[in-house]
Ligand binder design. Sequence first.
Ligand SMILES: [Fe+2]
Ligand SMILES: [Fe+2]
Length: 330
Amino acid sequence: MNIPFGSRSEVMRAMTGFVEESVEKYLKPIETNWQPSDFLPDSKDQDDFFDRIKDIQQAAQGLSYDLLTILVGDTITEEALPSYESWLSRLEGIHEESESNPWKVWVRGWTAEENRHGDLLNKYLFLSGRVNMQEFEKSTQFLIADGFNIETGQDPYRNFIYTSFQELATNISHRRVATIAKQQGDPFLSKINGVVAADELRHAKAYMSFIKKIIEYDASEVMVAFDDMMRKKIVMPAHFLRETGMKVGGLWGHFTDAAQRTGVYTAIDYANILQDLVTEWDLEHITDLNEAGEKARDYLVKLPVRLLKISERMANPTSEYEFKWIGIRS
Ligand SMILES: [Fe+2]
Ligand SMILES: [Fe+2]
């Protein structure tokens, strides 16, 4: 049953207790949570340190060009975390609250967990001996400086639909990199990507639970927000990706080509994620909607199958761009 709320802020305020529980349920205590140093060679241990670096570099030799490209792009996406934190902090129902408000606690705690992803993957890239670190660092700087526009405004509904989608997408991407890295003889890279992927799934569950709860208060508005997001298409956070000498966003298509070609993240995944969200939020059985809400729900319920049909007909990209991050394809 929908409770008539006047604004997004009121719904957000009504969820304060729920979010407080979510911090406990979905974020891990820092004292016991994993840290990059749990996996990386210990530079204090002189006997072991250089041997481990040698092992890492040897295994990295077997990684394909496309896989390395995706790994660098994924790492840059993680490293642009300042953009994501500042954008979540600006949302209606969050920005006006005090620093001790559970929504603010959530945003900071989520950021702390996410911060380890870039740290771990960045250090791996440095140790691997396969990456032009300065080009990687410049791309990271560009992406943070260029920012992003996911067209959600300050609306918490649109943003939590977005983060639900996005956390599921990053889970898939890191998980697939883990699988392929193992196949290409790099169990260490496989392991660290698996650890990151597990975080993303836990975060996805949290954001999906936020929307599920908001539906209890304001279902019609959630439907309309979701409908709007899907018509605009979910834009990935690194869509402004570029390398030196390029215009904003110039590298994005080459990066997604590599992801599509290797099967790390494809148009079929996009359709499947949408289906997962439609199922998770049980859209089909949501009634008691206003006219706009009903129209949006009907559109959303049918959309995954439509998108899947289109994506199955898509040809695999063949262009093999040479990224400055890595250099000549050999
Ligand atoms: Fe992440
Ligand atoms: Fe994440």
